[in-house]
Design a protein around this ligand. Structure first.
Ligand code: TXA
Ligand code: MG
Length: 329
């Protein structure tokens, strides 16, 4: 594995080219996006895409998102391009939004898990953009972690879990959004959010001037459509994780505190190495969430206690990730 460090403000074209050549040769390249690090492969090369599934231990029924440098390239991979897609692409691309549309014929079934829909995204991270431009191909990329585990927000997270399985890790520093993109299904004239993310349901409704179907709380029963990947337990540390009210954390005795990892944002607890404190605004909290969980998860703790976050809509995507991380398999 080659670990190539690049400055996100001006990525070295020689290193970007090296990664672009590897992608074109069918190899796996991990790269930073604004949301989380992606595990990239040539999206039109079925053998390369199968390498993603093997490396992650990802079930074959879970489709992967295709990333492109431009909206025009993304559009070429969709059989239909409704007005909703055009409006959302103009408003939020490049950025943390994935559009699910009927797939064009040349998108291999490995990418769509045999289905008729393809997820498309134009990322905004300068390293991702430089790589996609240099490669000149669409790049299939799930988050660069083992299936159901915590997503990586740094190159080190990727190297720790998939270092033996990738040809190159492009290291462009920590991801700035910190949680995965919003996934919106636009098929059949509907607008259905499958996975909440940095682009909120309200943001989408505002751009479309129309009602938007939010993600169901119970994908098995509530939602007309769900994302295959939204199996309940997901984004999870290996240590059992429990969400508890602030008062429960403040009531912990020194003994209990010493045995647990604790993630807080407003609770008053004495600072210690097993306490991680996150910012009290949703953007700041999201940016640091996975790195904090990765740290709490590597210290052999019995349990990770997470202070409950606010009920407000601005925290929807964060609550979704915490709930999935706390669901027992
Ligand atoms: O921010 C992100 O989206 C990151 C970066 C790397 O772009 N990628 C990411 O990919 O989170 P992944 O594979 O970890 O999660 C993609 C989610 C899964 O829940 C998957 O089931 C869903 O999107 N998805 C992908 N293609 C789909 C499709 N054609 N139809 C429905 N859901 C789809
Ligand atoms: Mg993932």
């Amino acid at each position: 594995m080659l670990h190539l460090v690049v400055d996100p403000r001006s990525p070295d074209p020689v290193r970007i080219e090296e990664a672009a050549v590897a992608l074109n040769a069918g190899l796996l390249v991990a790269f930073p996006t604004e949301t989380v690090y992606g595990l990239g492969a040539h999206a039109l090369d079925p053998v390369a895409v199968r390498r993603i599934f093997a490396a992650k231990g990802r079930p074959a029924w879970n489709p992967v998102i295709v990333h492109t440098a431009t909206a025009a390239q993304a559009r070429a991979l969709a059989r239909e391009w409704p007005a909703t897609a055009e409006r959302l692409a103009r408003a939020f691309w490049p950025g943390p939004l994935t559009l699910v549309l009927p797939r064009a014929d040349d998108v291999p079934p490995e990418v769509t898990a045999g289905g008729d829909a393809v997820g498309l995204r134009v990322p905004s991270h300068p390293v991702a953009r430089a790589l996609l431009l240099a490669a000149g191909i669409p790049v299939a990329a799930p988050s660069a972690n083992r299936s159901t585990a915590l997503s990586p927000t740094t190159a080190l997270h990727v190297i720790e879990s998939l270092g033996n399985d990738v040809a190159i890790v492009l290291d462009g520093g920590p991801a700035t959004v910190g949680i995965e993109s919003t996934v919106v299904d636009l098929r059949g004239g509907l607008v259905q959010v499958l996975r909440p993310g940095a682009v909120s349901v309200a943001d989408i409704a505002e751009v479309l001037g129309a009602a938007v179907q939010g993600p169901g709380t119970d994908p098995a029963h509530d939602t007309p459509r769900s994302s295959p990947g939204q199996m309940e337990r997901h984004y999870a540390p290996r240590t059992p994780l429990r969400i508890v009210p602030r008062t429960d954390i403040e009531a912990l005795g020194a003994d209990a505190l010493a045995r647990t990892g604790v993630l807080v944002w407003q609770a008053r607890v004495p600072p210690s190495e097993n306490v991680e404190r996150l910012p009290g605004d949703p953007a700041g909290y999201a940016r640091e969430l996975y790195a904090a969980l990765h740290r709490l998860d590597t210290e052999g703790r019995r349990e990770i206690l997470v202070e409950a976050v606010p009920d407000a809509a601005a925290w929807d995507a964060i609550r979704d990730r915490l709930n999935r991380a706390s669901t027992r398999a």
